[in-house]
Design a protein around this ligand. Structure first.
Ligand SMILES: [Zn+2]
Length: 194
């Protein structure tokens, strides 16, 4: 009888130790989990605040001509920006974020940050893409484009040679010019947020 109760007692002690061990390991796990969460949160916030964080060429003040290969741009840019700005694709009409948009501010190249347009030269066009009657002369360059069975003039960013859109001679006064641009190729900075 005595032997049996001693045995039960020892068994109980072992069980107690096992339970304590489980509780302790659970406590440790929780601590480790909390540590991970704390380090993750600030990182995510920084990424949301700065969309050009991974683009070392982006600058709104540096005018130095860039000579970066498409292979490298593909690693830096989002697939959407890369397809339009580097492969001269066109966004669907009436879908761009700056098509029906009339805030006061400056438009920059979404690839390199070069200044392209001022909002005062933007006009309400019915073509489906953001349109301007005048560009920053230091911001854009031109190239003959004979693709898709049409004769057009392509507009490129003067600093990084990215595709912005095309220019036509059916614009409003005072220039009679219509810069028909892709929203994806543009970055906007509102005057109120300067
Ligand atoms: Zn550019």
């Amino acid at each position: 009888m005595l032997m049996q109760s001693k045995f039960i007692c020892r068994k109980f002690n072992i069980m107690k130790k096992v339970i304590l061990l489980i509780l302790f390991s659970l406590f440790l796990q929780q601590c480790a989990q909390k540590k991970v969460d704390l380090t993750k949160q600030p990182e995510q916030k920084i990424m949301e605040d700065n969309t050009h964080k991974n683009n070392p060429y982006y600058s709104r003040t540096d005018k130095t001509k860039l000579n970066v290969s498409n292979e490298e741009w593909e690693k830096i840019l989002s697939p959407e920006v890369y397809a339009i700005a580097r492969e001269a694709n066109t966004e669907y009409p009436f879908t761009g974020k700056y098509n029906e948009f009339d805030e006061l501010g400056e438009y920059y190249c979404a690839v390199c940050g070069n200044h392209l347009f001022r909002s005062s030269s933007k006009f309400a066009s019915t073509c489906g893409w953001p349109s301007f009657f005048e560009a920053d002369k230091e911001g854009v360059s031109y190239k003959r484009d004979s693709t898709h069975g049409m004769e057009r003039i392509e507009v490129l960013c003067k600093r990084c040679d990215s595709h912005l859109g095309h220019v036509f001679n059916d614009g409003p006064p005072p220039t009679g010019t219509r810069f028909c641009m892709n929203s994806v190729s543009l970055d906007f900075q509102a005057d109120s947020k300067k």
